[in-house]
Design a binder for this molecule. Sequence first.
Ligand SMILES: Cc1cc2nc3c(=O)[nH]c(=O)nc-3n(C[C@H](O)[C@H](O)[C@H](O)COP(=O)(O)OP(=O)(O)OC[C@H]3O[C@@H](n4cnc5c(N)ncnc54)[C@H](O)[C@@H]3O)c2cc1C
Length: 384
Amino acid sequence: MIVIVGAGPAGIAAALQVREFGLAFTVIDDNPTAGGQIWRGDADRTRMLGGELRTGTRVLSIDAAAHTLLVEDADGARWVPYSKLILATGSRELLLPFPGWTLPGVFGAGGLQALVKSGLKVGGKRVVVAGTGPLLLAVAALLRAKGANVRLIAEQAPVSALAGFAAALLRRPAKLLQGAGLGWSLAGVPYLPNCWVTSAEGAGQVERVTLRRGAKTLTEECDYAAIGYGLVPNDELRTLAGDSEDVIVAETGDVEYAWLAGEAAGYRAAGRPLDESALVAARAFDAALQGAFALRPELRELAAPETLVCRCEDVSYARLAAWGSFRAAKLQTRCGMGPCQGRVCGAAVRFLFGWPDTSVRPPAFPARIASLAIQEPVTNGDKL
Ligand SMILES: Cc1cc2nc3c(=O)[nH]c(=O)nc-3n(C[C@H](O)[C@H](O)[C@H](O)COP(=O)(O)OP(=O)(O)OC[C@H]3O[C@@H](n4cnc5c(N)ncnc54)[C@H](O)[C@@H]3O)c2cc1C
């Protein structure tokens, strides 16, 4: 049985490909429906996978030597065997700490998008969208379509980098058209390159943000601030799997790239040869995007000594700066050891201090004690 973790575009593409080859598969996703980040809650995608989809199910660990996964759902936990495993676990947003970032009303850009897709009403709300990357445009367009008053979009990348990216767009007409469509739907909303939020203020809720643009400082009143600094791959399971030949990692990126990567993973799982030219082109475009929207060093200086970096365990920047590695900081401050297990602060700490997190251990997600007590993988035909 081929097991696919993740029912976003990459996982769906992998599943459809494997189905086309006539092979048995199961898709596991921790969300209530298929679709991943971009098609969140889309009933059609869920129907597309039919009975082979297990939602509300989270993979906690992998024993690659035994070809088994530890999964947990509402009914409990169990070890599930696989012949080939496709990891299509996507990415999460990078949030960087700055004074006021923990105020209610300050969200990740994709985070606010996800809440709006799940029903949060933003009609009439004044929103500042900031951070970096094309996701800011998609978020701003959605907010506007839902009636929000998008005050401005602050893009940290300099104009020169954006011009370079525009040149790469010229070689991808579909993307160019998509960008033009977003630009049209955001007509009248100021788009400020070379600009980033330095602080958020308000009494118990964000009321305004301060931004830096070159040598200038500006202030914008708002009800919500949606601030995201790009994406970080969810690679915990990949790390736990090690170098196993039967584990295939589907790369992630924008929806087209993720789809192609998922298809390629399906081919690899089935042992079929694939013409990878479209995937190679998508990878090259992604590299251009990463280069254009690389984070500027000034963002490392946003946090004040007292700014919380790990909001689960209330660890400030100053407390972290005293240590020389993420491991030492974890041991001494509990940074990254709270409910999010370093999913938010881990990537921030990597950017701020250059510390990689080398301490991925099972369970990959917070789990029930009873789930951890299941010690032995069952490899004799256990079904999901
Ligand atoms: C918040 C956010 C918003 C985004 N919005 C856009 C957008 O508007 N436009 C755009 O082009 N791109 C957007 N992206 C980028 C987006 O990730 C890709 O476009 C696309 O969704 C990638 O598809 P994927 O299948 O690789 O990953 P995803 O869509 O992220 O799917 C991965 C799935 O795997 C599941 N998963 C991960 N780990 C486990 C586990 N251990 N157990 C069980 N399930 C697991 C996740 O819950 C998720 O459903 C967004 C990304 C984020 C983080």
